[in-house]
Design a protein around this ligand. Structure first.
Ligand SMILES: *Cc1c(COP(=O)(O)O)cnc(C)c1O
Length: 367
């Protein structure tokens, strides 16, 4: 048997004809920029994320960048975030000219350690950007409390967590804005790049819409320097086909996670911790083992797909050397980077495939 980390073909085969006909609609209309599909998707994402407004954008990265630019964050500003994330979180902060300030993670959830945020706040701090990692939300009550007290914006990097819940509230609906990614490996993945910003603030929504289109309003009159952050209508068309399946796909991931949780319960494999406050969408199922690199090699040799999310924490990336961090500054993120391993969790996994993954892992353990 062979079990990949993710099998996009398995999902596509179930909706192929609908996607092809949705793409044909766009082509027949020749509305190739913006248009009704993008607006329809924005309305649909508003509905599933309990937010008032949504802005379709070109990627999760551009969602974050647009939010930062629309908050006028730049030179001389600082934004607090986690070092244990995909590069885009920190990369966008740096691209605005602002300084990413890293706060170590909480080792159970891998999300930002809220007890360490206040120590990192200076008079230059403008925002906190928590990342809802692997499908589970960060401790938003604590983050919003600190933000309110210190007058900071909160940007939710919810790229891995669309429709995920914290105390009954949806990812992206709590902070100033939430950022989603439709990168194909996300729970709601497009057929290329795409993203969405959600917010409850009407003025901020208007600014995001202007910034998405080069900061122009009306056309050819530029009040701001924005970008081309528009969502492709062909992506919107494909995503509209997929969105109605999102809940059942995420439920299938939760069922797969429960199966692994049970099988690994009495072993040395540390399974993901689920906070009682949260409903996770399990974008990744990351186990933790001390001899991770040996396990990775063993699993790959035995046809089990797996990957390290993430091998190098942001504060140790070469491009951020200028920030002056060194090894040992973020001990929990550094330890996680050495021990985590994502194993297959995608919705179309069969029980037989999961059994194969579990047995391969336990075989390695008993060698
Ligand atoms: C995927 C991801 C992004 C970037 O999304 P793209 O659509 O790939 O640009 C940002 N942050 C996190 C945490 C992500 O997982």
């Amino acid at each position: 048997m062979k079990v990949p980390l993710l099998d996009l073909k398995a999902q596509f085969s179930t909706i192929k004809n609908e996607i092809l006909s949705a793409i044909e609609d766009v082509l027949d209309s020749q509305l190739c920029i913006g248009g009704p599909k993008v607006e329809e998707l924005e309305k649909a994402v508003v509905a599933v994320s309990d937010c008032k407004y949504a802005v379709g954008v070109s990627s999760g990265t551009d969602a974050i960048l647009n939010v930062l630019m629309s908050l006028d964050i730049g030179q001389d500003d600082e934004v607090i975030t986690t070092p244990f994330t995909f590069f885009a979180t920190a990369g966008c902060i740096a691209r605005t000219g602002a300084k990413p300030v890293f706060v170590d993670i909480e080792p159970q959830t891998y999300n930002i350690d809220v007890s360490k945020i206040e120590d990192a706040i200076t008079d230059k701090t403008k925002a906190i950007m928590p990342v809802h990692l692997f499908g589970q939300m960060a401790d938003m009550d604590a983050i919003m409390g600190i933000a309110k007290k210190c007058n900071l914006e909160v940007i939710e990097d919810a790229a891995q967590s669309i429709t995920s819940e914290y105390k009954g509230r949806k990812a992206g609906s709590i902070g100033t804005a939430g950022c989603f990614s439709f990168f194909p490996s996300k729970n709601l993945g497009g057929i290329g790049d795409g993203g969405m910003i959600v917010t409850n603030d009407e003025d901020f929504y208007n600014r995001l819409m202007v910034m998405r289109n080069h900061g122009s309003n009306p056309k050819y009159y530029h009040g701001y320097v924005g970008g081309n952050f528009r969502l492709d209508p062909i992506q919107a068309a494909a995503l509209l086909v997929k969105l109605p399946h999102l809940d059942s796909w995420s439920q299938a991931r939760r069922d797969n996670a429960a199966y692994y949780d049970e099988k690994f319960a009495d072993t040395e494999v540390i399974t993901p911790y689920l906070s009682p406050d949260c409903v996770s969408i399990y974008n990744q199922y990351c186990i933790r083992v001390p001899n991770r690199d040996d396990l990775l090699r063993y699993l790959k040799d035995n046809n089990v797909g797996c990957e390290i999310y993430y091998p190098v924490p942001m504060h140790l990336q070469k491009c951020f050397e200028y920030l002056g961090y060194k090894e040992g500054d973020m001990p929990e993120a550094e330890k996680a980077a050495k021990e985590v391993l994502a194993i297959p969790i995608y919705p179309e996994l069969t029980r037989e495939m999961q059994e194969f993954v579990v047995n391969s892992l336990l075989d390695f353990k008993s060698r």
